[in-house]
Design a protein around this ligand. Structure first.
Ligand SMILES: *Cc1c(COP(=O)(O)O)cnc(C)c1O
Length: 433
């Protein structure tokens, strides 16, 4: 009898199929050839019939994206979810990003044909949003902005900072290590819970490079505490001729009544900071970026430093950031400010269709700031076992696991995608029945 394995379609036959050739153009030859070999191998092991090879291959190709990063519907209620890529971009920012994928005039003045300042449009948009700033610079991320600012302004002199602000920013990265990594020396002042103006002034002297104030975005100190406000600190800094750098973390341009403890760029600059830095992908709701705003000569000092070249923002970031700054609304803003009534109406519809209950559930700002601020809302409560099929379904839905329940919080789900969540939840419930 003939060996059935001889009937497995050959590679050149499969590769010649039109859908396979189209897939090669979008996914690349190496990926597609690897998938062909994989399917042939499953047939060789007898797991599928040789006749099924072609169809299996076409199915796999249809589901394959150019990037293996899978889009996820965030049903956790955590707005800035670091593990899910922080801020989802506004539609206009996504469009800007896509268009910037080709050749763009990022460093070129097309009228004169001569070289222009990189990212001029993003810079102009930043200055428009922050009237108190004289100049702006965009780098790769918040941590890079912090390192660049302290390195350029302090060199190997001392960076004076309160012990209450020596934070770990996530994944084991600590601010003091970050600053010390380029040769600047930290001069810690005060204590964990209380730091006074006199602590700073006692530390200032000929070895001072700059003063640094860091907003504790991810924790709160309560009880017997004291910190020195930017306005007081800036007076002290100015009288010693030392620049004051303030890391506000979250990147708000306008004060948000929902998050009264989150500082904004304009207020901090008006209070006398020389340089203010923040991330682009937290409360601003834009791409990963480090935003620097401040006095002209201080920002120019950062831009001139050799390290600036190593942390410069790419054209995709600049494009998406500019679009974000001009957007009327971002998905982050929408998720933060969604009303409880809207959330209740959407959740009840979901829960009715699934025959589950709606429970009270507070959303969170997440890694972007507003530590400890609850965002009152509701969620649909499914059995805990539904979480795994939800995560691996299509579309993937990430729920919140708490107290033995799998909660679906629609706060961060665009309303026009509620039906997708519903059908994913249905499938998940069927899978565990
Ligand atoms: C998030 C954060 C950083 C780090 O910013 P990235 O953009 O994640 O590099 C630095 N400082 C503070 C206060 C932050 O909140």
């Amino acid at each position: 009898m003939e060996d059935p394995r001889r009937r497995i379609p050959r590679t050149d036959v499969l590769a010649a199929l039109e859908p396979v050739r189209a897939a090669e153009r979008s996914l690349g030859r190496t990926v597609v050839r690897g998938m062909i070999r994989g399917v042939q191998e499953t047939a060789r092991r007898g797991e599928i019939a040789p006749e099924a090879v072609e169809q299996r291959l076409l199915e796999l190709l249809a589901g394959r994206r150019p990037s293996s990063l899978r889009p996820v519907l965030n049903a956790t209620g955590v707005v800035i979810h670091t593990n899910l890529g922080r801020a989802p971009l506004a539609e206009s920012a996504v469009r800007a990003l896509t268009e910037a994928g080709g050749y763009v005039d990022v460093e070129m003045d097309l009228t004169t044909g001569s070289r222009a300042r990189r990212g001029e449009a993003a810079r102009a948009a930043l200055l428009q949003r922050c009237p108190a700033a004289e100049d702006a610079l965009v780098v790769n991320n918040g941590a890079a902005a912090l390192v660049l600012a302290t390195t350029a302004l302090a060199g190997d002199a001392e960076v004076v900072v309160s012990r209450g602000e020596l934070i770990e920013i996530g994944a084991g990265f600590r601010l003091p290590d970050l600053i010390a990594s380029t040769g600047a020396r930290l001069r810690e002042v005060g204590t964990t819970n209380r730091t006074h103006l006199s602590d700073y002034s006692a530390a200032l002297g000929p070895r001072t490079g700059c003063l640094l104030k860091v907003h504790p975005s991810n924790f709160r100190v309560e009880g017997f505490t004291a910190e020195v406000e930017v306005a007081e600190l800036s007076g002290l800094a100015a009288s010693h001729g030392a620049p004051l750098v303030v890391d506000i973390g979250s990147g708000l341009f306008d004060a948000d009544p929902l998050l009264p403890e989150e500082p904004d760029f304009d207020a901090v600059l008006r209070a006398g900071a020389d340089v203010v830095i923040a991330s682009g992908d937290k409360l601003l709701g834009g791409p990963q970026a480090g935003i620097v705003l401040g006095r002209a000569e201080a920002v120019a000092q950062l831009a001139r430093h050799p390290l600036a070249r190593a942390v410069r923002a790419d054209k995709l970031t600049l494009a998406a950031l500019e679009a974000t700054l001009h957007a009327d609304e971002t998905p982050v803003g929408t998720a933060l400010h969604v009303s409880r009534d809207d959330l209740l109406r959407r959740s009840e519809r979901l829960a009715r269709a699934l025959d589950v209950t709606v429970v009270e559930h507070d959303g969170r700002v997440g890694g972007g700031g507003g530590a400890g601020v609850p965002l009152p809302g509701v969620a649909a409560a499914l059995p805990e076992a539904a979480a795994a099929p939800l995560r691996t379904g299509d579309p993937a839905v990430l729920p919140r696991l708490t107290d033995g329940w799998c909660l679906i919080d629609l706060r961060c789900v665009p309303e026009d995608r509620d039906d997708e969540v519903l059908s994913a939840a249905r499938t998940a419930l069927e899978a565990i029945r």
